[in-house]
Ligand binder design. Sequence first.
Ligand code: SAH
Ligand code: SF4
Ligand code: F3S
Length: 439
Amino acid sequence: MADPKKLFIKTYGCQMNVYDSERMAEALGASGYVTTERAEDADMILLNTCHIREKAAEKVYSELGRFKPLKTANPDLKIGVAGCVAQAEGEEIMRRQPLVDLVVGPQTYHRLPAMEAVVQAGGRAVDTDFPEEDKFEHLPKAPRAKRAPAAFLTVQEGCDKFCAFCVVPYTRGAEVSRPVARVLREARDLVERGVREITLLGQNVNAYHGEGPEGTWGLARLIRELAKIDGLARIRFTTSHPNDMEDDLIAAHGDEPKLMPYLHLPVQSGSDRILKAMARKHTAESYIRLIERLRAARPDLLLSGDFIVGFPGESDQDFEDTMALVREVGYGQAYSFKYSARPGTPAAEKTPVPDDVASDRLQRLQALLTEQQRAAQAAMVGRDVSVLFEKAGRLPGQMVGKSDYLHAVHVTDPRAEAGQIARVRIIASGPNSLAGELV
Ligand code: SAH
Ligand code: SF4
Ligand code: F3S
């Protein structure tokens, strides 16, 4: 038998892209590909791209340039662009980069095997449709390999919110929820293959409204049903929108033990004026009230968020309002970005904040968020947490895992093994992780 062809996938962007890359590898697995960690060895290179900020999108073109010598050395090498840049700039990528053989959007990658056949025959293929059929149902059957202890599972995709700055509604399309039975089937399959923690994914995951027995199910009901799966120990979900936090989902944080005490709930700004201009459809106050309700349900909930500074029109006072909101909420972890004008979005038409002003604000916000993150981590020292060990660490005998609060935790102990959930006493806090010992 011929050697299997080798596939190298590089993934940018959000967790959904990580999930999609796994699905694409499986789809091409059915066409005889195995994955490789080395681009030099590949018969096919796929870049799974992100369009969220200008820098992320530009990376694709510089990365493609770097592959040029590989294609010169191996003219049979096929190069593909997938993901959100592919969706947004498909035809332009083909024009700008002749070495690209294939462009596939986030909603059509179940068609990869057919596209692969086209490029093998010497053609070029572009598919950035938003098809009627459910891609998940049309993916070639995956080989049932053992899985790492923590996995992602997409339950909802796309977004109908149209925040004024954001490309996601254009690159991922309209909100779609996968039916309950299919989610449960995929979850059971993951657990049979060794998974103990599942993170449910969606651009707006808490807007989930999947078809289930007796009508439409919300995310809370789905989580409660998933929690009944023996062997599944932990459930998380991301990313949520403040306006879709239904009562039962808040309650689940208090009464569903498998739902982990960590919530990523982006607010973007603490200024009502800017929130309005962003078309977020919530206020700083309503967000803070929501956090209070969540903390009433689960007092030790660790909060994470996303922030944009330098949105068009943001004044010093608006920015100070964001700083005030961060001080009031107290985040255990957060992501903050300088506003990036994205073609086709309403905000891109507005006059930008001067770059040095935005940079200065970003620096101040990040200093505050880092301080909060360090304090939250330091507060873990001396506490016992549960840790799911995922893989060997860099030091001999070391295992790395995640606490219930999603902190990375290192333990050096021969008894610690991947897939195990153990009680761990935290003994030290580093910049990005904690150290602990088995209790
Ligand atoms: N669906 C999620 C997040 C989507 S994108 C939500 O609604 O919160 C992830 C983060 O990227 C956003 O939360 C936002 O903080 C940031 N982001 C999106 N568009 C951006 C832009 N044009 N410039 C800078 N940051 C942006
Ligand atoms: Fe983008 Fe807003 Fe949708 Fe989140 S809710 S994906 S920020 S449009
Ligand atoms: Fe980026 Fe697309 Fe995710 S734009 S953040 S890869 S949904």
